[in-house]
Design a protein around this ligand. Structure first.
Ligand code: WTA
Length: 651
């Protein structure tokens, strides 16, 4: 598989620091023991984790029920996620955590709130009662379209308290994208806010919900948090203010005793078709996975302040802003705004202000900060940091080294964690007290996780050849399906190799067995760590009246990792040019959201196709990257098309 051969030649090795290793939650000995157990019996390993890290109302009868590709974990066990994240920190020997900070929240304008475990418990119970009052019952779906404010975490936990299934839609998605997700999930209730602060201004959210809910027959009620005070219109009987309902609600609500396989949340992610997939996660396995990984990989201690910078609208925020840290009784930081507002040092000021000990962020952010200059982090005291994490895309060794040196002061281990919306929690990662790291490698699978890189024939790829990243044994946090679409679930993830999960990433392993993940090999792009399907952008483009055909590919970008390039053939009569390009960019923003806006739009008379009519994306990728086209072009229907796209006729 010559295309998936890594060009990275990174040989530096960072051994675990002895002082860090001595105090680590999981040291070398623990990790060796768990690796052994996880290799011989993943079921026994995960059952041990479920017993030690999660509180159950009643024990499971069977650890794993595996009827490929459908898994059930901890069958018959009963538990409640909000009980694990809240109540158990208020009782018995943990009762001292009552007044410990659960959430340290900072708004973009500089306002802040520190919410203790006891207070968070009361707020969650109140909102659970509010939802009950609005007729929400176990199994109902609730859509959350909110800024990064504590009410989002409160609403999530309140759903888990009564067994409602939340579906969070990132606040950057457009009204159209929101509408489709609300309808697909069949949400009865939408929780939103008037707006949130971004880049120094109030960014309105309620109007998008109003627009979306013109065509969402399933929605009965809407609860609106007043965050910015911007004017919104409230529809009588349907719309309610959060603060008004909360003022009336009782602060006590018993946690529902839910089945381990009760649907916890749906989270939509891009796929290889135009329609997003509703990834379904359930209760017991997911909580076991995120609680265990947060404790082991982030080495969470009661004294730590942990900051995962992801928006809760993405899986990273679900698992490592909210559920993983809170289930461990940790202090988690939430920041509302943009990293560079009001100035380029905002994050570093936040770390200094709150004494953040562990920082978990994305390579695209790191690369942005590299460009902004070392003087910004250097103007703040970052000595509280003791561990750094990276997620969302491959981290290039230069960014890794900068992160280590400038942010970590050369003393903090870096955990480069590979996982996906579908996996629920971290899968391939260093353990900071036990595993030597190499910049650019996510190192080794977590104990109990059976990852491999396979070639086309299904054999383990031999270094230096690469292949497809797969998971060969079910794991507790795995998706349980695609909401309402078991056929697509099977085809998308389980049809490439027998009983094996196909991740959609290319990777290779080095001689030490370390994994080097190279990125998506399917029709998905990873833009600043956000997954966008090429088909999603293409269908948005062709829905514009001036577009006849569109093909979308990614090209490498120094900051965002990948940038979107759209090749467009316009309809007769439409004039190609800057005006149409601008119109198409805003059209895509309206259809999907600003994260999907193409960086480049290139007009062309025709798209290169095979004789069977398939668009030749590999060629377009080369053209977009400005490369001379490599490989076999004999199937090209019209070589002139390619020459024209590359601008050969000009040279
Ligand atoms: C990519 C985010 C390399 C990968 C948690 C994966 C990574 C997709 C890494 C999932 C990493 C995530 N190294 N690539 N450490 N982490 N990815 O669903 O392509 O938003 O398939 O989940 O991000 O993105 P998602």
């Amino acid at each position: 598989m010559p295309e998936i051969k890594s060009l990275l030649k990174e040989e530096r090795v960072f051994e675990p620091d002895a002082a860090f290793a001595r105090q680590a939650n999981w040291n070398k000995k623990t990790v060796a023991e768990y690796r052994k157990l996880g290799a011989t019996s993943p079921k026994r390993f995960w059952a041990k984790m479920a017993r030690e890290n999660v509180s159950w109302f009643s024990p499971w009868k069977k650890v794993l029920d595996w009827k490929p590709p459908f898994a059930k974990w901890f069958v018959g066990g009963k538990l409640n996620v909000s009980y694990n994240c809240l109540d158990r920190h208020l009782e018995g020997e943990n009762a001292w955590r009552r007044n410990k900070a659960a959430i340290i929240w900072e708004g973009e304008p500089g306002d802040s709130r520190v919410i203790t475990y006891a207070e968070l418990h009361r707020e969650v119970c109140r909102f659970a009662n509010v939802m009950k009052g609005l007729g929400i019952k176990k199994g109902d779906r609730v859509a959350l379209y909110m800024p990064m404010i504590p009410e989002l975490a409160i609403a999530m936990l309140a759903c888990t308290r009564i067994g409602a299934t939340h579906s969070i839609v990132f606040g950057g998605f457009s009204a159209e994208a929101l509408r489709d997700r609300i309808n697909d999930a069949g949400a009865k209730l939408v929780v939103t806010a008037d707006g949130g602060f971004r880049k120094g201004e109030a960014f309105p959210l309620k109007p998008a919900v109003d627009e979306a809910c013109k065509k969402t027959p399933c929605v009965e009620n809407m609860v609106v948090v007043q965050r910015c005070g911007n004017r919104v219109s409230m529809k009588r009987r349907r719309d309610h203010w959060w603060h008004e309902l909360m003022a009336e609600a009782s602060p006590s609500c018993p946690p529902a005793k839910l089945d381990a396989e009760h649907p916890l949340f749906i989270l939509y992610t891009s796929g290889t078709t135009g329609k997003p997939k509703g990834i379904l996660h359930t209760t017991g396995g997911y909580l076991t996975h995120v609680t265990t990984t947060a404790k082991a990989i982030f080495d969470l201690k009661d004294s730590d302040v942990f900051w995962c910078t992801a928006d809760i609208g993405w899986i990273t925020g679900h698992s490592y802003v909210v559920y993983g840290p809170l289930s461990n009784g940790a202090t988690t930081v939430m920041y509302e705004g943009t990293p560079t507002s009001p100035g380029p040092d905002r994050w570093w000021a936040l770390i200094e202000k709150w004494g953040v000990n562990i920082l978990y962020t994305a390579p695209t952010a790191i690369r942005t900060f590299i460009r902004l200059g070392d003087e910004h982090p250097k103007s703040h005291d970052l000595s509280s940091l003791r561990l750094l994490g990276s997620v969302g895309e491959p981290i290039n060794p230069e960014a890794w080294i900068w992160y280590h040196r400038v942010i970590g002061g050369g003393r903090c281990p870096i955990v480069d964690t590979w996982w996906q919306t579908e996996t629920g929690g971290i899968m391939i990662t260093p353990l900071p007290g036990a595993v030597a790291t190499k910049p650019g490698s996510a190192t080794l699978p977590f104990p109990g996780i059976h990852a491999e890189v396979l070639d086309q024939e299904g054999r383990p790829a031999k270094a230096p050849n690469g292949g497809f990243l797969v998971l060969q044994h079910p794991w507790p946090g795995m998706l349980r399906g695609i909401w309402g679409d078991p056929k697509r679930y099977r085809e998308q993830y389980w049809s490439q190799y027998p009983d094996t999960y196909f991740a959609g990433d290319g990777a290779h392993r080095d001689r030490r067995g370390y994994f080097w993940v190279m990125g998506r090999i399917d029709d998905e792009m990873n833009i600043s760590g956000h997954r966008i399907g090429t088909m999603e952008v293409e269908s948005a483009l062709v829905s514009h009246r001036d577009v006849a055909e569109a093909a979308v590919v990614g090209r490498p970008d120094a900051i965002t990792g990948t940038a979107i390039v759209a090749f467009v053939t316009q309809k007769g009569g439409a004039k190609a040019g800057d005006a149409l390009a601008a119109a198409l960019r805003s059209h895509v923003t309206k259809q999907i959201g600003a994260i999907a806006r193409p960086a480049d739009i290139r007009f062309t008379d025709a798209l290169p196709k095979t004789r069977s009519g398939k668009i030749m994306r590999r060629l377009l990728r080369d053209v977009a990257a400005g490369k001379k086209t490599a490989g076999d072009t004999s199937t090209l229907e019209d070589l002139n098309v390619l020459a024209a796209l590359r601008g050969d006729d000009e040279s």
